[in-house]
Design a protein around this ligand. Structure first.
Ligand SMILES: NC(=O)c1ccc[n+]([C@@H]2O[C@H](COP(=O)([O-])OP(=O)(O)OC[C@H]3O[C@@H](n4cnc5c(N)ncnc54)[C@H](OP(=O)(O)O)[C@@H]3O)[C@@H](O)[C@H]2O)c1
Length: 335
């Protein structure tokens, strides 16, 4: 009798165990995912949207993501899908401990404007205190001391702070995004000309989505700690090459007017652009003219395992937007 009871009890354990096994495995998987959580900052921005899509495409489970933004309401759809969305603002460092809690890796997406270096320093210090192990930072090509591009200084200071932070790091020095060339190309086609202060200087525009794909690779594969990667597009071009491409795609000539910095800024002022944007655009023109952005690398192709998108591909893909009538505005170096 006792043997029968023992046997029944054992059967019960086995049956219940078999029923619970998938649930237990799922719970263990979720716990594992949470233990390797990736925090993405600036999560409502365009770069973040691409990075999140790339991380999910690489099989990162929802439970492994923590999205940090100043405006969680903009990310309601992610929250509804089961992804953790938290409020966090680098200008309010007190909001960051709760925002970063439980994170193991941090994708620190650079922020725009004058206070960027101080903001990023606040984010790094909070990240270290929260136990973040590895920070991936979106920097800029060649952020050396004399690079005239206005955001270069904040990127350089952030890189320095990151190297001293004690956390593992990977720095992604993104070239300027090629995506902005669609709007600029549309304006150039409408005006029939490109006005520029960048002379014959060259740069290697890179698709933002490809930069985001590189970030996702770095966050999901090993061997990237302590590395600084130049993330560039596949072609070095200047404004004449750009005009030629536009003319070729639209079958309309586009001429290039090389002007002085003052004349260029005056044209942007006339078009009604805000002063900080005028200064930033003009500073990038100088940086390109003086060859600070004349850097092309195959690192992106190696990281993402395919050819990065070329400017021609990006323009062809967006041909309808390129040929649509744009708001009248000059077409200097864009954001
Ligand atoms: N390489 C290039 O050509 C190029 C071009 C443009 C920009 N960038 C750089 O790349 C970054 C991302 O580009 P993007 O196209 O995604 O720009 P974006 O859409 O304008 O996003 C800017 C991001 O900065 C975040 N941010 C601003 N102030 C913040 C603060 N106080 N605390 C925390 N986050 C803050 C915002 O996050 P929330 O609103 O979600 O809080 C937002 O997602 C830019 O910020 C800039 O540094 C590079």
């Amino acid at each position: 009798m006792i043997a029968v009871l023992r046997c029944l009890a054992l059967s019960l354990v086995l049956v219940v165990g078999a029923a619970l096994a998938p649930a237990c495995a799922r719970a263990a998987e979720e716990a594992g995912a949470r233990a390797n959580a990736i925090v993405v900052t600036g999560a409502s921005g365009e770069f973040a949207a691409d990075a999140i899509a790339e991380l999910l495409a690489r099989g990162v489970p929802f439970e492994q993501l923590i999205l940090v933004t100043r405006t969680p309401e903009k990310l309601a759809s992610y929250a509804q899908a089961g992804i953790t969305v938290r409020q966090g603002d680098f200008d309010r460092p007190e909001s960051l401990p709760a925002a970063f809690e439980g994170g193991k890796q941090l994708l620190l997406i650079s922020t725009p404007g004058e206070n960027a270096a101080a903001r990023h320093a606040a984010a790094l210090s909070a990240a270290r205190r929260a136990g973040i192990r590895h920070v991936v930072y979106t920097s800029l090509t060649n952020p050396v001391e004399d690079n005239p591009a206005t955001p270069a200084r904040a990127h350089r200071l952030t890189e320095e702070a990151l190297k001293k932070s004690g956390m593992a790091y990977t720095i992604l020095r993104n070239q300027r995004f090629a995506d902005a060339l669609v709007e600029r190309g549309a304006q150039a086609l409408a005006a029939g000309e490109i006005v520029t202060n960048s002379g014959r200087g060259k740069w290697a525009p890179v698709a933002r989505r490809d930069c985001a794909a590189a970030a996702a690779v770095v966050l999901t594969t090993g061997g990237h700690e302590g590395k600084i990667y130049d993330i560039t597009g596949p072609d070095l071009i200047n404004e004449r090459d750009f005009a030629e491409l536009l003319g070729d795609i639209a079958r309309r000539p586009v001429r290039v007017l090389e002007v002085s910095d003052t004349a260029y800024m005056a044209s942007l002022l006339q078009a009604g652009l805000p002063k900080p944007e005028i200064l930033e655009r003009a500073s990038f023109g100088v940086a390109i003219r003086d060859n600070y952005l004349n850097i092309k690398s195959d690192t992106l192709e190696i990281l993402i395992g395919r050819k990065p998108r070329s400017v021609r591909e990006l323009l062809e893909t967006n041909k309808a937007r390129l040929l649509a009538a744009p708001a009248p505005s000059p077409s200097g170096p864009s954001k």
